[in-house]
Design a protein around this ligand. Sequence first.
Ligand code: NAI
Length: 246
Amino acid sequence: MKSKRKAVVTGAARGIGLAIAERFIGDGYFVVAVDRDVEAGISLQQRWDAGTLAFEALDVSEEEGVRRFFGNFEARYGKLDVLVNNAGIIRDNFITNMPVEDFDAVIQVNLRSAWLMCREAANIMRQQLSGRIINIASRAWLGNPGQSNYAASKAGLIGLTRVLALELGKSNVLVNAVAPGLIDTDLTRKLKAEVLQRLIELQPTRSMGNPADVANAVAFLASSDTGFITGQVIYVDGGRSIGAAV
Ligand code: NAI
């Protein structure tokens, strides 16, 4: 484990985070899989041996927990090569029907947590003089009716990505974002069937993506072959960011 590249993936118990963890394992990384869902995390741990994956139960929106996690990191795992901030939630509603609690919850998990994780990781990576941070944003930052909270959180995440690229570049820490479009996970399965169908029809490809499509882009940004890309957003969205299909 000590000799492998190490990647922390948040929200790794299912969906896109799980696909990213699986991809990293396939690429020979040691993965520290973080999630607040302990039950799903335990079954994740049972799938791989202790030299391949470690599950850490953590709510990434809790400052103290995040501090503790990174405070113990070196002693437990050694070098921190890659951080993927993937944990995220949705609480969709038209703005006039949206309680402020749903705005706060989405900002708290999708933006503030990533900022907390980045702050601690940046401290370690700056001292190492190396590291990669990849933030999972969303095409929805460009605008999606019903997602004023979510789009604001993901727009914020892209702003954060760009600033950290400027602040950490001289320490050889590269920071990028991946913006998925419509991806087939538990999160999108919560949508009403007719809403989902309408969204699929807006895609230039008229299809949903798979979590592995997102994991591919993350693997590219994490790899040592991509040493001169920072502050960028890669869309994995079937072309939807260009505009709606006609
Ligand atoms: P999901 O709902 O299937 O999985 C999210 C995971 O994050 C869950 O295991 C959950 O327990 C964990 N999580 C949530 N809050 C957490 C917290 N505070 N601390 C620790 N773990 C937490 O979601 P999915 O679809 O895999 O999405 C992953 C990321 O991709 C999210 O940031 C989402 O916004 C983004 N995304 C997803 C799209 C999609 O179509 N599924 C499209 C664009 C972006």
